[in-house]
Structure formats: structure tokens, C-alpha cells
Design a binder for this molecule. Sequence first.
Ligand SMILES: *[C@@H]1O[C@H](CO)[C@@H](O)[C@H](O)[C@H]1NC(C)=O
Length: 180
Amino acid sequence: MHTFLTRLNTISTFFMTVLAVCTSLCFLSTVTNPYMAKADIVPVKVVVKNLNDYATSSERTDLGIVQFDLKADVQDLFNWNVKQLFLYLTAEYQTENNAVNQVVLWDKIIQRGENTKLDLKNVNMKYYFWDDGKGLRGNENVTLTLSWNVIPNAGTLPRITGMGAKVIKFPSDYTTTRAI
Ligand SMILES: *[C@@H]1O[C@H](CO)[C@@H](O)[C@H](O)[C@H]1NC(C)=O
């Protein structure tokens, strides 16, 4: 009995070690993957409104409305250690108030095995694009970028900014129509 338990212990320790080594190798074999892909972002509609942002104050602030086409092939980002990708589209711009404003407008999770060739048309924002002042109207340098977090089975979580950022220009007049 004693030797049986000792052997069982030895065997399970052995398997734990093998498992740990495999996990490390799994991670190391993919650590040099640049996880890079090209994103093609085409603005379809870019308008700005001036509204009350009840969440932050009673002052009127700028609300950007952006609709875009997005083409990206993220197949190369998947390897055997990648469980899922978390894609997100950000808008980055400067205002008098802030040197850097960064707002997440949209995101999407792609699971392993799902379609990796994105060809999306007239995509609407998922999150509100509020400026904290009047920094969007007439702003001619708002950069849209697609980035992603790689969710691996083992190892670290790279956060990558894709290639193909797109500069959009907001009009110098507010849109007042209700329909957007
Ligand atoms: C546009 O904004 C970025 C930062 O968001 C800045 O680095 C760049 O110099 C600006 N370009 C112009 C032409 O103002």
C-alpha cells in the first residue's frame, strides 16, 4: 500500500511537471508572433451634435456620431495558443482641454473558429462618443484605430494596435436633426 501511494505520488508529480513544461512550450512557441494585421477603416458618416450630457453635467457638450465600414483579416492572429480576440475601435484626438482624448467607440469578440475575415458595412458605434467640452466640432484630426487584445490559452496578453489608422474630420456645423 505504501509503495502504491508513493508511486501514485511520483506519477502525478511527473504528469504535473509534463503539463507545466507543455504549457510553457505552448506559450514560448507563440511568444514571437507579432499578432499584426491590417485594418481598413472607411468613414461612412461623421456628424457632431451639441447636447446635454446628463451623466457629467448640465452643460452642453459635443457628441460625435460615426458610422464606418471595416475590413480586416485577422486569420494570422490565430494560432494554437489563441483562444479569442477582443477587437476594439478607438478615436484619439487633441482638444484645448486635453492633450490626449481616447474614446472606445466599438468592440467585438472573435472566438477561435469564428469567421476571421471581417467585411462590415455601415457599422454604428456601440458606445457614446462624448467629448468633455466642445472639442469635436470642426476637429479635423480625429484618428480611428483598430486594436486588439489577444486572449491566449497560456502566457501573457498582448495588446496590439493594428495597422491602418484613419483620420476623420468632423464638420464645422452641428447637426440638429433627430435622425442620425
Ligand atoms: C493629429 O493628432 C495626433 C495626436 O492625436 C498628433 O500626433 C498629430 O501631430 C496631429 N496631426 C496634425 C496634422 O495636427
